[in-house]
Design a protein around this ligand. Sequence first.
Ligand code: ZN
Length: 250
Amino acid sequence: MWVIYILVALLLLAGLLYIMGNYTFFFFFRSKKLPRIVMLHQVTPDHPASGMNMPPEKFEQLLQYLVSRDSIFCFVSELDQYRDQSNVVALSFDDGFQDNYQYAFPLLQKYRAKATIFLATQIEGIEKLTIEQIHAMDDSGVIEFGAHTQHHVNLLKLSDEEALQEMQASKHEVEQIVGYCHSFAYPFGRFNEQHQQMAKEIGFINAVSTRKKIEAYTELNQYNIPRISTHGAMNALQMRIALAKGRYKL
Ligand SMILES: [Zn+2]
């Protein structure tokens, strides 16, 4: 008989762990002393809201919310310097979509919110930022640029030499355009220990991942910085939850 009791207890425990893992409701709200690194891609009214696209109206709501909670905006490369501050937010855009210039940039300027754009310098199949647009954004002081490999590749599918080449070449190309390239973003959030080591050796100050967490910025996660995932259709409550916990899902 007791075997059945134990089995039932184990099943209940497994169910509870499953629920806790899937619903952020059970996660504790994270301290405002921990920096929020927000991950975004497109900001355009031309596509429906999705995990990849936050329409301009929604993006403005996000900025208004961040400003209302006294956010201190910094570039990803500056996270180390802001370690002792509260309410630190680093907005980041992956890939280098042209709509970042058309729709996100004016809003970032309006709210004086800094953001880091990670360029996949040779990416194909998207409308990329032009050199002129990159220069204009860089000159504004509101945007910094980082690298995201040349061809937006899954580093885990490449040999070490190829991976190193992709990372290094993208850094050089960004440097050729704006004169610096401090931070890196792993495409698809796919990488291993070795790639973290490469990012360090190549000379990146730090690197962002797609781990959906809010953590202190330390030497331990400097090349594996977690980011807050967003969705273009998230409502005001989900926005607050995302900023409080790292993911918007209830
Ligand atoms: Zn990407």
